[in-house]
Design a protein around this ligand. Structure first.
Ligand code: GTP
Ligand code: MG
Ligand code: NA
Length: 344
């Protein structure tokens, strides 16, 4: 286990967008998992979290022609959210701690109702984002090159297929303009400060995923460099409350800064007043595994940000998702923290 404060932490990247645009499938493609096919009706109904270690990202970004992505961050913690209209509270909660977001748009459908709702959240919270223009494999007679960088595969498409893509990308640019936003395909973006980057992707073929990951890393280490510096002050939020066989009621927590330890006295909001308890087990899924999926958990004595962690403890039954999670270092702090967590 790591014993000293890390210099950099993994940025937290939230995935938002209209239902069925391919948010979960994109993550499945990078993880080599099939989470989406296990979802009831193929619909995401919870907030997910997956740690993508930099080695996994590096093996994909190496595909980018003429671009060298030098990865300093330990990885990316990616938060999956539901796109179905009834889950706007989860979209809001899922984006609450994120440094950066991916707004997924189905290139065949353009901007849809929850795309606009997601845009609204991102603008209100001032979260920088890039757009994955997903499902490019649906262009007529698209010839897939598995996991390739976009330009590599685009160049070998037939002219009419390229034209269809360009036409649909232009429609997306126009739709963003109608929302008062400048957008451009990322490889022809005249000014990334001013124009949203559109990154063409396919979650089925993996095309464009190297571009998407490369861009997330570059933005994190560039304009967001101040956000990836590790800070010792604890910052954590309860994302989900779940009963897990063998562990009772557990909470899924996003640890954005600071450290959590086994036996820490935690304070969080509950439906019948604040909850004060001690961490019994501090767990994470394996890297590249989704927190939502039942599987093997790694147990930790100590966890540094950034991480998606599962905590088991006594008395979590009435935990309120969305609550901040605090740690009391002495008895005197408990009263103040109890007030703090119940505030909203
Ligand atoms: P919610 O979480 O329910 O909002 O949906 P989502 O955005 O996570 O989309 P999901 O991953 O569930 O994918 C929805 C459907 O689109 C599934 O049938 C996928 O197989 C399909 N799909 C996703 N990405 C692509 C893509 O790039 N190309 C094609 N052809 N189909 C895709
Ligand atoms: Mg999903
Ligand atoms: Na879906």
């Amino acid at each position: 286990e790591v014993e000293k404060d890390p210099e950099y932490k993994s940025p937290i990247v939230c995935v938002l967008g209209h239902v069925d645009t391919g948010k979960t499938k994109l993550l499945d493609k990078i993880r080599h998992t099939n989470v989406q096919t296990g979802e009831a009706g193929g619909i995401t109904q919870q907030i997910g979290a997956t740690m993508f270690p930099s080695e996994a990202i590096n093996s994909l970004t190496r595909k980018l022609p003429n671009i060298n992505v030098n990865i300093l961050v330990p990885g990316l913690l990616i938060i999956d959210t539901p796109g179905h209209e009834s889950f706007s509270n989860l979209r809001s909660r899922g984006s609450s701690l994120c440094d950066l977001a991916i707004l997924v748009v189905d290139i065949m459908h353009g901007l849809e109702k929850q795309t606009l709702e997601s845009l609204d959240i991102l603008r209100k919270k001032n979260i920088p984002f890039i757009v994955a223009l997903n499902k490019i494999d649906r262009m007529y007679q698209w010839k897939a090159m598995q996991d390739e960088a976009f330009m590599t595969t685009f160049k070998q498409q037939q002219e009419h297929t390229q034209e269809e893509f360009i036409r649909r990308a232009k429609e997306a640019v126009l739709a963003f303009a109608e929302q008062g936003l400048n957008a451009a395909l990322y490889y022809e973006n005249p000014d990334p400060e001013d124009y949203i980057n559109l990154v063409p992707t396919s979650a089925i073929t993996g095309e464009g995923i190297p571009d998407l990951l490369g861009m997330l890393v570059n933005i994190s280490q560039g304009s967001l460099a101040h956000k990836i510096k590790y800070k010792p002050q604890l910052q954590a939020t309860v994302m989900e409350v779940k009963v897990i066989e063998g562990h009772g009621t557990t909470i899924d927590v996003i640890l954005a800064n600071g450290v959590l330890k086994e036996d820490d006295k935690i304070v969080l909001a509950g439906f019948n007043g604040p909850i004060v308890t001690n961490i019994r087990a501090l767990m994470t899924p394996m890297p590249l595994k989704e927190m939502r999926v039942k599987g093997e958990y790694l147990h930790h004595k100590k966890l540094y940000a950034t991480m998606g962690a599962k905590i088991s403890a006594q008395g979590l039954e009435e935990s309120m998702a969305g609550s901040p999670l605090c740690v009391a270092s002495n008895e005197d702090e408990i009263v103040d923290l109890c007030e703090e967590v119940q505030r909203d």
